[in-house]
Design a protein around this ligand. Structure first.
Ligand code: GTP
Ligand code: MG
Length: 299
C-alpha cells in the first residue's frame, strides 16, 4: 500500500483568510485569526493525516508591501517567513479575497513566478459576494494571469467547497512515508500556542488604537496534575498602549485574560490559571536582537 505525504504552503496578502482556512481543514484552532491584517507572524504547520495521505499545511504571515515607515525588523521577519515557506513545497494554495485584486495580490503573484510547484488559487469569502454573477467572469479573468493547477471558490469560514480544495491538493502529494506521527497536528509547542492565544485576544479586542506593536512572551508554563499555571507578559512599545490595554479599572485586560484562558483550557484539556502582565519595552519591534529573544529569528 503506497502512502503520500507533502508540504502545502498557504500564501496570500494579509487578511484573506489563510489561517481560517487552515483551522477549517484541521477542524480546530491551530493558527490565530482576527479581523485585522497581519495577525499571523510565524510559519505554523497544521498536519492532517487521512488514511494514506499526510498533508503538512504551512500557514504563513500575509505577504505585504512594506512602506518606508513600516520597514521594521518585524515586518521583514514576516515577509521572510512567508517567502521561506515556498521553498521545497509540493503544492501552494494562493488565497485571494473574492473578486478584489490589489497591488499586494499582484506582489504575491510576482513572488510565485519562480515557484515550480503547482499553485491552486482559492477564491475565498464567496459567502460575502454581493453578486454571485460576478464570480464566473472573474474566475476566467484571474485564471489568465498565470497557470493554476485549479481554481476553487471557497468559504473558509463556513467550510463551503473546502473539501473540493483538499481533493485538488491531494492530487499533488508525492508518494512518501509520513513525516509525522498520525496524531500530531502541529509543529508548535503548547507554550507557543498559549502565547498566540493571548495575542489573538488582544488583536480581537482592541480597535485601531493598538498598532502591530505588541507581542506576548510566556514567562511561566507549569503543568501540575490538575492545573496548568501560565504567566504571560504582553509587551507594548509605549505607555499609552499599556493604558489602553489595561482599560478602565482593568476591565479590558480582564476580558482578554478570561477569553484566552477559556481557549487555553480547550487546547490543553486541563484547567488553566492565567496571569497576564503588561510591560512597555520601547523599540522591540525594530530591534533584531530583541526580536530574536522573543522568538522571531531573522536570518
Ligand atoms: N465572511 C468570511 N470571512 C472570512 C472567511 N475567511 C476568513 N474570514 C475572515 O477574514 C478575517 C481574516 O482571517 P484570517 O484567517 O485571520 O486571515 P489571514 O489571511 O490569516 O490574515 P494574516 O494572518 O493577517 O495574513 C477574519 O475576520 C476571518 O473571520 C470567509 O470565508 N468568509
Ligand atoms: Mg493568518
Amino acid at each position: 500500500m503506497s502512502q503520500t505525504c507533502g508540504f502545502v504552503a498557504i500564501v496570500g496578502r494579509p487578511n484573506v483568510g489563510k489561517s481560517t482556512l487552515m483551522n477549517r481543514i484541521l477542524g480546530q484552532k491551530i493558527s490565530i485569526t482576527s479581523r485585522r491584517p497581519q495577525t499571523t507572524r510565524h510559519q505554523v504547520m497544521g498536519i492532517k493525516t487521512a488514511a494514506d495521505a499526510q498533508f503538512i499545511y504551512v500557514d504563513t504571515p500575509g505577504m505585504h508591501i512594506m512602506s518606508k515607515d513600516r520597514n521594521k525588523a518585524i515586518n521583514r521577519f514576516m515577509n521572510q517567513a512567508a517567502t521561506q515557506a515556498l521553498r521545497d513545497v509540493d503544492c501552494v494554495v494562493f488565497i485571494i479575497d473574492r473578486t478584489r485584486w490589489t497591488d499586494e495580490d499582484q506582489a504575491v503573484l510576482k513572488r510565485l513566478e519562480h515557484v515550480n510547484a503547482p499553485i491552486i488559487l482559492a477564491v475565498n469569502k464567496v459567502d460575502r459576494l454581493n453578486d454571485k454573477g460576478d464570480l464566473l467572469p472573474w474566475l476566467a479573468e484571474v485564471g489568465a494571469r498565470r497557470e493554476f493547477a485549479a481554481i476553487v471558490p471557497i468559504s473558509a469560514k463556513h467550510g463551503t467547497q473546502v473539501d473540493t480544495l483538499e481533493d485538488e491538493v491531494a492530487k499533488h502529494l508525492p508518494e512518501s512515508v509520513h513525516y509525522f506521527p498520525e496524531d500530531q497536528i502541529t509543529d508548535k509547542s503548547l507554550r507557543f500556542m498559549a502565547a498566540e492565544l493571548v495575542r489573538e485576544k488582544v488583536m480581537r479586542q482592541l480597535g485601531d488604537e493598538l498598532p502591530y506593536q505588541m507581542t506576548v512572551e510566556i514567562e511561566e508554563f507549569r503543568e501540575t496534575e490538575r492545573v496548568t499555571h501560565i504567566s504571560a507578559l504582553i509587551l507594548v512599545e509605549r505607555q499609552g498602549q499599556k493604558v489602553i490595554l489595561i482599560g478602565e479599572n482593568g476591565e479590558r485586560i480582564k476580558n482578554i485574560g478570561r477569553e484566552a484562558r477559556l481557549d487555553m483550557e480547550r487546547v490543553l484539556d486541563t484547567k488553566v490559571m492565567l496571569n497576564l502582565w503588561v510591560k512597555v519595552k520601547r523599540g522591540w519591534s525594530d530591534d533584531e536582537r530583541a526580536l530574536k529573544s522573543l522568538g522571531y529569528d531573522l536570518d
